[in-house]
Design a protein around this ligand. Structure first.
Ligand code: NAI
Length: 253
């Protein structure tokens, strides 16, 4: 049986937040990890931490919504780190507003990063997976896919990610490739800090308000999501595909 030590993973949006947590976890699991984000310099501290812990990593700068940049980034990973057979589509942005105030620019920006970005990255990497007859794709959805006030763009994109994931599972299954989605609830990152700021409340107040509704009684951390990613990309998870796992401290459907 092949071990994970020789495998290469790409994690998008990995310079901070959930993507950093996922990168660190996959490196600890034995993957060589391409830490990809808009700005290569911002990825370097994450790479340095992984290397200090004995892992292998590469900082890669690319906008996941830019077709040429995505192809160049994936080519570079294949050459400098190893042919990628694990992809975590995590890069994301929010541009929240109520429907009547939302601009078409904010609609497009969110669709471009989440949907076009996941599509371009997956299309660029799938050839390595089918060639290896093994691959793991994990896409970040959200509990917002179920509907969330002020997020008509983001919730549509995150629901779209679920359909995208299920179709990948159907098309790529025969090549030994699985595709699954993780739908986090509230995770403490700069994204949720920005939400609190926009609502005009302190992050502590925002957290207290949100946590009241979370059955396990705490906010999520990047490591909570990284743990679920680690399961999906594992050797033994080959019969788990096309699933959406809500990681939210309680039931969601
Ligand atoms: P974050 O805002 O802290 O980090 C997102 C990263 O994505 C940033 O480093 C950013 O530079 C990068 N990024 C944005 N646009 C990009 C692009 N076009 N190309 C490459 N990189 C790009 O966000 P966080 O909280 O770590 O979220 C990660 C993922 O998890 C996102 O997809 C988000 O929608 C999802 N999520 C987060 C939740 C939360 O509570 N924090 C809840 C549910 C889902």
């Amino acid at each position: 049986m092949t071990t994970t030590t020789s495998r290469t993973a790409i994690v998008t949006g990995a310079a901070r937040g959930i993507g950093t947590g996922v990168s660190q976890r996959l490196a600890a699991d034995g993957f060589a990890v391409a830490v990809l984000d808009l700005d290569e310099a911002a990825c370097k501290p994450v790479v340095a931490e992984i290397e200090a812990a004995g892992g292998r990593a590469l900082a890669v700068g690319a906008d996941v919504a830019d077709e040429a940049a995505v192809q160049a980034a994936v080519d570079r990973v294949a050459t400098e780190l190893g042919e990628p057979t694990v992809l975590v589509n995590n890069a994301g942005i929010i541009r929240d507003n109520l429907l009547f105030k939302m601009t078409a620019t904010d609609w497009d920006a969110v669709m471009n990063v989440h949907l076009r970005g996941s599509f371009l990255m997956t299309r660029a990497v799938q050839g390595y997976m089918t060639k290896a007859q093994w691959g793991r794709i994990v896409n970040l959805s959200s509990t917002s896919a179920l509907g969330n006030r002020g997020q008509v763009n983001y919730s549509a994109a995150k629901a779209g990610i679920q359909g995208f994931t299920k179709t990948l599972a159907i098309e790529l299954g025969k090549y030994g490739v699985t595709a699954n989605a993780i739908a986090p609830g509230f995770i403490e990152t700069e994204m949720t800090m920005a939400t609190a700021e926009r609502m005009g409340v302190s992050f502590d107040d925002f957290k207290a308000f949100v946590i009241k509704e979370i059955p396990v009684g705490r906010g999520g951390r990047p490591a909570d999501i990284a743990h679920a990613v680690s399961f999906f990309v594992g050797e033994d998870a080959g019969f788990v595909s096309g699933q959406v796992l809500y990681v939210a401290g309680g039931p969601k459907a």
